[in-house]
Design a protein around this ligand. Structure first.
Ligand SMILES: [Mn+2]
Length: 322
């Protein structure tokens, strides 16, 4: 979004939400802290205004441990139990497809609102607030909450902080505005140390054993990407069995530290034959076209997509394309 629209959109959304009696908030599939924190933070704000609110995400797997401790989880309803109100908000979903089995609630709503920061998001709502200049969706939700005139208390601040701290990798690539917002949220009462530990530095012992197996698969292709290099690792279904799916999300943060490779990839087999692929780049490779050519999307330096089949074939489809 550009120009005046970008400044006005949070206001337009706040007016639309104030106008509603009930709101459905939808988070993306395999939810992370930004989508859940954004959903619950907005949900709590709307609840303060007296609206009926339901927050949901696709699928029947429980939330990862840390996220289930966030304030506002009482607003969550199982995807099978979603009512689907006239006004529906999608948070942190780059495409309608990211809402998976809940997509129809969005597309059939009288008023459908997109709040997101993925550069690959081309807008799929009746009101689109898409700002790739934001480090996370949670800061866009904060703009809306401010326009709603709701006081950002410790609970709302905690939900939004969860999105901010995770999408900036503990502020490692945070923009200046995000640090200003972080200060505001901490001053509102967020326990920063607790949520850093809970969301970023906490794994069951079995995670170490999984990482051991997965790092043994690590492969470096220094010739890939015109010599800029690719490193990848494979988490097959057996390696992650018994672990929450979210435990495999952090492996990319280990793999991407390899100095000989500009791009890192981790192939994750959730169910047998069903893969999600996480991509990270350092500075010179735009991952969006790569992810989009495989049916996915994301950010310039962090993107992903899904694939199906045998591990060797899924890996070859990416490696041969680079
Ligand atoms: Mn996000």
């Amino acid at each position: 979004m550009t120009g005046m629209l970008a400044t006005d959109t949070p206001n337009v959304i706040a007016d639309a939400l104030r106008d509603a009696d009930a709101v459905t908030i939808l988070c993306h599939v395999r939810p992370d802290a930004d989508t859940i924190g954004s959903g619950l933070g907005l949900g709590l704000a709307l609840r303060r205004l007296g609206l009926d609110v339901e927050v949901s995400f696709p699928g029947d797997t429980p939330l990862p441990d840390g996220l289930s401790e966030l304030p506002g989880v009482e607003l969550l309803v199982a995807s099978d139990d979603v009512v689907g109100y006239d006004t529906v908000v999608a948070v942190d979903a780059a495409t309608l497809g990211r809402l998976a089995c809940l997509a129809s609630y969005f597309s059939e709503a009288t008023r459908s609102i997109v709040i997101d920061h993925h550069v690959s998001n081309t807008g799929f709502g009746s009101i689109d607030y898409v700002d790739p200049g934001a480090d996370c969706t949670a800061v866009l939700v904060l703009n809306v909450v401010d326009r709603l005139g709701v006081d950002v208390d410790a609970d709302i601040a905690t939900c939004l902080y969860a999105g901010l701290i995770t999408d900036t990798g503990s502020f490692k690539w945070a923009r200046p505005a995000s640090l200003t917002i972080a200060a505001r949220l901490l001053e509102a009462g967020v326990d920063g140390a607790r949520w850093s530990r809970t969301l970023l530095d906490s794994h069951p012992f079995a995670w170490l054993q999984m990482v051991e197996k997965v790092l043994a698969t690590a492969t470096l292709r220094e010739d890939a990407l015109q010599g800029r290099g690719l490193v990848y690792a494979v988490i097959d279904h057996a390696a992650s069995e018994g672990l929450d799916w979210a435990e495999s999300e952090s492996v990319i943060d280990v793999v991407r530290t390899v100095s000989e490779a500009e791009v890192a990839a981790v192939f994750k087999e959730g169910k047998p034959g069903e893969w999600t692929v996480s991509l990270r780049s350092k500075s010179s490779v735009d991952l969006v076209p790569i992810a989009q050519s495989h049916g996915g999307g994301g950010h310039h330096r962090a993107a992903g997509y899904s694939d199906t089949g045998f591990a060797d074939d899924v890996v070859a489809r990416l490696v041969d394309a680079l």
